[in-house]
Design a protein around this ligand. Structure first.
Ligand code: UD1
Ligand code: UDP
Length: 382
C-alpha cells in the first residue's frame, strides 16, 4: 500500500513547539511520508524551535515582516501555500491551533480539496474578539477540517455542540509530549543571569505577555502592575523574556526598564523556557502554551487575560484568571507571595492537558480515518 503523504504546516513559535514531536512521530512510522512546510510567520522565534528539535522543513515561505498586519500574513500564506500544494499534493494537511498560519493553511488546503486535520481542536471562549483573532481562526478551521484532534474531552464537547460529529479524537495536547523531552535536572542556561539566580532563596516569577487583544491600555496596566509587584517585593525576581513584537517590546521597556529585580531578556529557546519554568515560584502570563505547561510542572499561574479557552487547570485549582485590571493583578500576586497557604493550595502538579502520548494517538487516528487500521486509538482520559 502507498504511504500516506502528510504535510504539516506551521509558522509561529507555539505551533512549532507543539508540532515538532508530531513531525518526529510521523517520520518514525513507515506508513507515512512526512513533509513539512513552514510559513515563517515568525522568523527568529520559529528558527530557534527548528534548531532545538532538529527539524528541516522541505518548504519555507519566509513571509515575516516587521509589524505585520493580519491581512498580510493571511494573504502571503494563502498564495505561498497554493504553489506548494500544486507542487506536492498531500493526502492530508495538518495545521495546529489558532494562528493566522493555521487558518490560512486550512483554507489553502480546502481550495485545493485536500483533507485537513486540526491539531489542538475545539478550544473555545465563545467571544469572537477574545482571543483576537485566534478564537475565530480556530472556529473557522473547525468548519474546514475533516479530522479534529482535541486535547481534552471538554474540547470535544465544544465541537459536538457546534454539530461536528465525525473525525473527532481526544488525544491530549502535544505540548505535554514536548515537555517530557526538554526538562532536565542539571540544566545550564545560556544566559548568565539565569544561572546566577537563587531559585531556592528568592521568589522567581516568570512573566510573558504578547496577546493582540491586550495591546493598548490592558498591556499598559499589566506592565504597570508588574512594576508595582517588583517594587513591593524585593524578595522576588521577575524574569521576563520579551516577545519580539515591536508593540510588546516598546511597552515592556517603557514600564519595566531600570527596576533592579526585573530582568527583561530576549525570548528563550524552548529548552531554556521549560527549565526556567520548572525552577520558578510563580508564572504570570497571557500565553496559551504556558497555561498548559505550568500545571504539569506544579507551578501556579496568574493568567493576564479576561477569559481563557483552557478552563481545565482553572477547575483543577492551579491556574487563576487574574484579568487585566492593575489592582486585581497586584492583589492576586501579593496573595501568592505573602500567604503560604494560598500558594500551597495552587502549587500542585496536575495534568489535565495530556499524558505525553498525544502524537502517537494522532498518528493512529490518521491511520484509522484513512482506513489503514480498524483500531481506533484509546482516547486520552482527561
Ligand atoms: C502570533 C499569533 C498568536 C500567538 C503568537 C505566539 C496570529 C494572529 N497570532 O502572534 O496567536 O499566540 O504568535 O507568539 O497568528 N517578530 C519578530 N521575530 C519573530 C517573531 C515575531 O520580529 O521571530 C515580530 C515581527 O515584527 C512581527 C511581530 O513580532 O510582525 C508580530 O508577530 P505576529 O506573528 O504578527 O503576531 P504575534 O503577536 O507573534
Ligand atoms: N516559549 C519559549 N520562549 C519564550 C516564551 C515562550 O520557548 O521566551 C514557549 C512556551 O514554553 C510555550 C510556547 O512558547 O511552549 C508558547 O508560545 P507563546 O506564548 O508565544 O504563544 P501562545 O501559546 O500564547 O499561542
Amino acid at each position: 500500500m502507498d504511504k500516506l503523504k502528510v504535510m504539516t504546516i506551521f509558522g509561529t513559535r507555539p505551533e512549532a513547539i507543539k508540532m515538532a514531536p508530531l513531525v518526529k512521530e510521523l517520520e518514525s512510522r513507515p506508513e507515512f511520508e512526512s513533509l513539512c512546510c513552514v510559513t515563517a510567520q515568525h522568523r527568529q522565534m520559529l528558527d530557534s524551535v527548528l534548531d532545538i528539535f532538529r527539524l528541516k522543513p522541505q518548504f519555507d515561505l519566509d513571509i515575516m515582516e516587521q509589524s505585520q498586519t493580519l491581512s498580510t500574513i493571511t494573504s502571503k500564506c494563502l498564495l505561498g501555500l497554493e504553489k506548494v500544494f500544486q507542487e506536492v499534493r498531500p493526502d492530508l494537511v495538518l495545521v495546529h491551533g489558532d494562528t493566522s498560519t493555521t487558518f490560512a493553511g486550512a483554507l489553502a488546503a480546502f481550495y485545493q480539496q485536500i483533507a485537513v486535520g486540526h491539531v489542538e481542536a475545539g478550544l473555545r471562549t465563545g467571544d469572537k474578539y477574545s482571543p483576537f483573532p485566534e478564537e475565530m481562526n480556530r472556529s473557522m478551521v473547525s468548519r474546514l477540517a475533516e479530522l479534529h484532534f482535541c486535547p481534552t474531552k471538554a474540547n470535544r464537547r465544544n465541537l459536538e455542540a457546534e454539530g461536528i460529529s465525525k473525525g473527532l479524537f481526544v488525544t491530549g495536547n502535544t505540548v505535554i509530549d514536548a515537555l517530557q523531552t526538554t526538562v532536565v535536572k542539571d540544566f545550564t542556561f545560556a544566559e548568565d543571569v539565569l544561572n546566577s539566580l537563587d531559585y531556592q532563596g528568592r521568589r522567581v516569577i516568570l512573566v510573558t505577555c504578547h496577546r493582540r487583544e491586550n495591546y493598548g491600555q490592558p498591556m499598559e496596566d499589566i506592565m504597570s502592575a508588574l512594576a508595582h509587584v517588583a517594587r513591593a517585593h524585593p524578595e522576588a525576581e521577575l524574569v521576563y523574556p520579551v516577545h519580539l513584537s515591536p508593540v510588546v517590546q516598546g511597552c515592556a521597556h517603557r514600564h519595566l526598564d531600570g527596576i533592579e529585580n526585573i530582568h527583561l531578556i530576549a525570548p528563550l529557546d524552548v529548552e531554556e523556557m521549560h527549565n526556567l519554568m520548572a525552577r520558578s515560584y510563580l508564572v504570570m502570563t497571557d500565553s496559551g502554551g504556558l497555561q498548559e505547561e505550568a500545571p504539569a510542572l506544579g507551578k501556579p499561574v496568574l493568567v493576564l487575560r479576561r477569559e481563557t479557552e483552557r478552563p481545565e487547570a482553572v477547575e483543577a485549582g492551579t491556574v487563576k484568571l487574574a484579568g487585566v485590571d492593575r489592582d486585581e493583578i497586584i492583589r492576586l500576586a501579593d496573595q501568592l507571595l505573602d500567604d503560604p497557604a494560598a500558594y500551597r493550595e495552587m502549587a500542585h502538579a496536575v495534568n489535565p492537558y495530556g499524558d505525553g502520548k498525544a502524537c502517537r494517538r494522532i498518528a493512529d487516528g490518521i491511520l484509522y480515518q484513512f482506513g489503514r487500521t480498524d483500531r481506533m486509538p484509546e482516547p486520552f482520559n482527561s
